[in-house]
Design a protein around this ligand. Structure first.
Ligand code: ATP
Ligand code: MG
Ligand code: MG
Length: 553
């Protein structure tokens, strides 16, 4: 990765530093606190904070909090936690667009004085109608040519709460015939009687996004304002505001492709709908592609940063396969997660010739390739549990696990030879398997080097910890849940995305795992203790990802 060529944004920044246009890069990550951050935001975070790290610049965390009716302090807190968890630091304190409300107001007054903004009394519907379309020119508002004095008086009255919501707006006076609809006298202030989570009821008018964003960037002396492609058409307005106000600094807006991932939806509005309608257990549901959901699922910050590096920064929208993200966490955990044993669908195996009441400790390796991760003792007893599907009473030739006439290796334990098995006459299910063991094979080694192909995992039936496993899978069962505009995306929810296995049996050591700590349950996948549902009496594990990429819809 060190020698990877710079993406087009990093190249622009490198050039600007090389030519001396800027001495230092200043970027910003500007979330609106109206929801939790998702994996798409991670792309923007890794870009903006990544640039700061790589070029010795700074990156501000700025809350774009200009829409009080949808925003909340709890979202502010979650966003801060998520950015920190991803491994990034912002300046001394986080910034808020609402801290600039007074300054933004003064800039608006300045626009009015320059004859570049006016108070308009058209209704929202009329404004839309007058705006025209891509093929039809717009029409000037009848209020467009008010005097500066009238505009100042009316704007002050708006600010003082003398009008009702929707009755008046402040509009930039640009060009109702512009081919760019964003330039047809966009609204820059509206009346809103809503309590703001920070400024409370101090303001009755709120600045619009496009107006706020460029000025906030300017006030913070942002050098490169990185945003997603849908803002390309807004760039002329971004530049118009700064040019018209003749601001001392003029950040450069550069657009990049947003992240779209297969088998999920990304917009906060849609995520909120899933939360509000209980399709998921909250914003941090381990199936959600929110940062907090991924954290609870067992994703590591490093795997998410690696994912963002892998997908890179480009100029055209595309959809990334979910498997790319899953591969990042899989390769992280393959190296870093310790191994444990757990049986998710237990059936009892009794070793006939093993002493009753004996508990023998055998050694389990915490990692097959990394001896530094050490070993742990595993209790071995006469009765153990094995996986139900590791036994077949009439196995095909290629089945290397247990069955009549077969010998199999209990990992780190002994070689066992099939003796008999009992079937429940009513259900037809195997109830118990009997074997003999080779006392000379401790650790799983055949003393005479005889071939024993199959190795299975097991847990002592006497010394163990019952656990619950949440088998998480993809939340949607189609690649693009939003593809068909006539079908609600919720129709594509995968009904099997959460399967709870309540009768799993794990080795005793799992009580020592901390919340969120990743483990591989041998042969089953990667798991971590759930931070919400788990109790000391009954640990609950989340499946982070399977061992192999084997997803089939
Ligand atoms: P959503 O549509 O999910 O509500 P948003 O863009 O409205 O997202 P913001 O809080 O405004 O959410 O986003 C903060 C920053 O994150 C913005 O600069 C935005 O461009 C960026 N961002 C949001 N979604 C993505 C995405 N899918 N890929 C890359 N960047 C994104
Ligand atoms: Mg936004
Ligand atoms: Mg949004």
């Amino acid at each position: 990765t060190e020698n990877k060529p710079l993406d087009f944004i990093r190249q622009i920044i490198a050039d600007d530093l090389a030519t001396g246009k800027h001495r230092k890069s200043i970027t910003r990550f500007p979330p609106e606190p109206n929801g939790y951050l998702h994996i798409g935001h991670a792309k923007s975070i890794c870009l903006n904070f990544g640039v700061a790290e790589e070029f010795g610049g700074t990156c501000n965390l700025r809350f774009d909090d200009t829409n009080p009716s949808k925003e909340d302090i709890s979202y502010v807190e979650s966003i801060k936690e998520d950015v920190r968890w991803l491994g990034f630091n912002w300046g001394e304190k986080e910034l808020y667009a609402s801290d600039y409300f007074q300054t933004l107001y003064e800039f608006a007054v300045s626009l009015i004085k320059r004859g570049k903004a006016y108070v308009c009394e058209l209704s929202p519907d009329e404004i839309r109608e007058y705006r025209g379309t891509l093929t039809a020119p717009g029409k000037n508002s009848p209020y467009r040519d008010r005097s500066v004095a009238d505009n100042l008086k009316l704007f002050t009255a708006m600010k003082n709460g003398e009008f009702t919501e929707g009755s008046h707006v402040l509009r930039a006076k640009i060009d109702m015939n512009s081919p760019n609809l964003n330039m047809r006298d966009p609204v820059i202030y509206r009346i809103l009687y809503a309590d703001h989570h920070r400024t409370k009821d101090a303001w009755k008018i709120y600045p619009m996004y496009d107006y706020t964003h460029c000025l906030s960037d300017m006030l913070e002396k942002i050098t490169h304002s990185l945003c997603t492609l849908e803002f390309q058409d807004h760039r002329p307005l971004y530049d118009w505001v700064l040019d018209t106000l003749e601001t001392p600094c003029h950040p450069r807006q550069i657009e990049f492709a947003r992240l779209n991932l297969s088998y999920t939806v990304m917009s906060k509005r849609k995520l909120l709908r899933m939360v509000d309608n209980d399709h998921v257990d909250g914003w941090d549901d381990p199936r959600m592609l929110t940062i907090s959901g991924l954290r609870r699922r067992g994703y590591t910050p490093g795997s998410i940063r690696n994912f963002c590096r892998t997908i890179g920064i480009g100029k055209s929208d595309s959809r990334i396969d979910m498997a790319v993200l899953e591969n990042e966490i899989r390769s992280d955990l393959n190296v870093n997660a310790e191994r444990r044993m757990c049986v998710q669908d237990p059936v009892k195996l009794v070793i006939d010739n093993y002493p009753e009441n004996q508990v023998e400790m055998v050694e389990g390796k915490n990692h097959p390739q990394d001896p530094d991760k050490g070993i742990r003792p595993l209790p071995f007893t006469r009765e153990i549990f094995i996986e139900r599907d590791d036994f077949m009473d009439d196995p095909p030739k290629k089945y290397f696990r247990l069955g009549p006439g077969r010998e199999v290796r209990l990992k780190y334990g002994y070689l066992v030879q099939y003796l008999s098995h009992k079937v429940n006459p009513e259900t037809g299910e195997v109830e118990e398997i009997r074997c003999t063991y080779d006392p000379e094979s401790k650790g799983g080694f055949a003393p005479d080097n005889r071939k024993v192909k199959g190795t299975i995992h097991w847990v002592s039936a006497e010394k163990n910890v019952p656990v619950t496993i949440n088998m998480y899978d993809r939340l949607f069962n189609v690649e693009d849940p939003e593809a068909d505009k006539d079908v609600d995306f919720l129709e594509h929810l995968n009904p099997e995305s959460k399967v709870v296995l309540k009768n799993c049996i794990a080795e005793p050591d799992v009580v020592n795992l901390s919340v969120g700590q990743n483990v591989q349950f041998e042969r089953l996948g990667y798991f971590c203790i759930d931070s919400v549902e788990s109790t000391t009496d009954k640990p609950v594990f989340n499946r982070t990802v399977t061992l192999k990429d084997s997803w089939t819809p």
